[in-house]
Write a protein that binds this ligand. Structure first.
Ligand code: ATP
Ligand code: MG
Length: 394
């Protein structure tokens, strides 16, 4: 029976002297994720791998699903731990496990053996040969292929024997928390949750800011953003979500500034506010879900106009993605269904019929002068009175 999981990681293996930082972070992320699973687990780091062992009752499927949500993991192998490691017994356990994992389908295989217990009764080449024979004798559907085996059969002899034959792909990437902290501008759309997920996959710890405009945007629109944050928190870990009331600022812009510039000016204020909150929270960068050419506010000129008010780097991981490619990820990470729920968005309510597509930064700055006497106080108030929601995975 599977009682343990072997975790293989890829990219963090190349970090030279800092490697332990990444390994330790991965162990912590694995432990945190498993806390929400049924059962108790022992997590151990050993020679470029991590072992997870269930110490009592547990749900193998739930555990596997949990591990597929931890960035930094390349592969997960369900392992059978064999206490009585006499060779006959190891073969018996191996056969049960292979029947269980592979069923009746025809397959080719090769045995790989590793022996850290040097006092063991057999040497590695003999273990491979004898175990191979045993499998051939007991499984009609098995065939040896030493060059391109479909199934790699692993036997490791340590204090106990470890047997495994299959592996499930992990999410890849780097453990969250190894690449600094960033503030995600999270809307209720399809793109920004994907953008946040992509940066977290590179090890970035995510916080988020959402701008709403009550009563023009509803409580349900806000709840949708909280829900999206919760869905991505399954991967990113807890997210502090800052909810900023943007109504007064939007109304002021709407009243005083040229309507064709509304969207860009609004976006410039969103970036300024996001950046101020980011500084308070020790974030080093901003993240948005923008993609070149998707809408008027995402032309090269518009992106330059929003960048212009930021001194922090602004990361836009989906910048060169087609909408369909973004949707593909949204479906994979389970945000799509929530993103397409039809609630109003604060940007769409005050939108102009003919927004500028090539905004001129100088002109934009001039237009913003029209609200100069009131806007600073409004921005400060919006930041001070923001609501903070501590979003945690379920
Ligand atoms: P998304 O699907 O992420 O909503 P979008 O295609 O609707 O993106 P825009 O509405 O132009 O595009 O927004 C571009 C980016 O600006 C979003 O990806 C998001 O990062 C940020 N953004 C837009 N509206 C908000 C909001 N109300 N609160 C926080 N961030 C926002
Ligand atoms: Mg949007």
């Amino acid at each position: 029976m599977v009682r343990a999981f072997l975790i293989k990681y890829a990219e963090i293996g190349i970090k030279g002297k800092n490697r332990y930082v990444f390994e330790d972070a991965l162990v912590r992320r694995v432990k945190e994720r498993l806390e929400r699973c049924e059962g108790e687990f022992f997590v151990e780091k050993e020679q470029g791998r991590i072992y997870v062992e269930a110490t009592g009752d547990f749900d193998p499927e739930e555990t596997m699903t949990a591990l597929t949500h931890v960035f930094g993991i390349a592969h997960i192998c369900p392992v059978v731990l064999v206490e009585d490691k006499s060779f006959d017994n190891v073969c018996k356990e191996l056969l049960d496990h292979m029947k269980d994992q592979l069923g009746d389908r025809k397959f080719t295989f090769k045995v790989f053996a590793k022996r850290s217990d040097k006092s063991y009764e057999m040497e590695s080449p003999d273990i491979c040969m004898e175990a191979g024979k045993y499998i051939l004798d007991h499984m009609e559907n098995a065939q040896v292929d030493v060059h391109k085996p479909e199934v790699k059969v692993y036997i490791e002899i340590r204090a106990r024997a470890y047997v495994y034959v299959s592996s499930v792909k992990g999410p890849g990437g780097m453990p969250v928390g190894t690449a600094g902290r960033s503030m995600l501008l999270l809307s209720g759309g399809i793109d920004s949750p994907v953008a946040g997920w992509m940066m977290a996959k590179r090890g970035v710890r995510i916080e988020a800011v959402y701008f709403h405009a009550p009563p023009y945007t509803s409580e349900r629109a806000k709840q949708k953003v909280v829900d999206l944050a919760r869905i991505i928190s399954e991967y990113t870990g807890p997210i502090q979500l800052h909810i900023v009331n943007f109504t007064d600022i939007q109304l002021a812009i709407y009243e005083k500034c040229p309507h064709d510039e509304l969207t860009i000016i609004m976006r410039r204020y969103m970036m300024r506010i996001a950046q101020t909150i980011a500084e308070k929270r020790h974030c080093l960068s901003l993240i948005t879900g923008e993609s070149v050419g998707q809408v008027a506010s995402q032309t090269m000129q518009s992106l330059a106009a929003t960048d212009n008010v930021c001194h922090m780097p602004v990361f836009r991981p989906v910048i060169a993605f087609d909408k369909n490619d973004i949707i593909e990820i949204a479906e994979k990470i389970n945000t799509f269904e929530t993103s397409i729920l039809p609630f109003e968005d604060c940007c769409t309510i005050f939108v102009a019929k003919h927004p500028v597509t090539k905004p001129d930064i100088g002109k934009m700055e001039n237009s913003e002068k029209k609200i100069a006497d009131i806007i600073d106080d409004m921005v400060m108030k919006a930041i001070d009175e923001r609501e903070i929601v501590d979003v945690r995975p379920e």
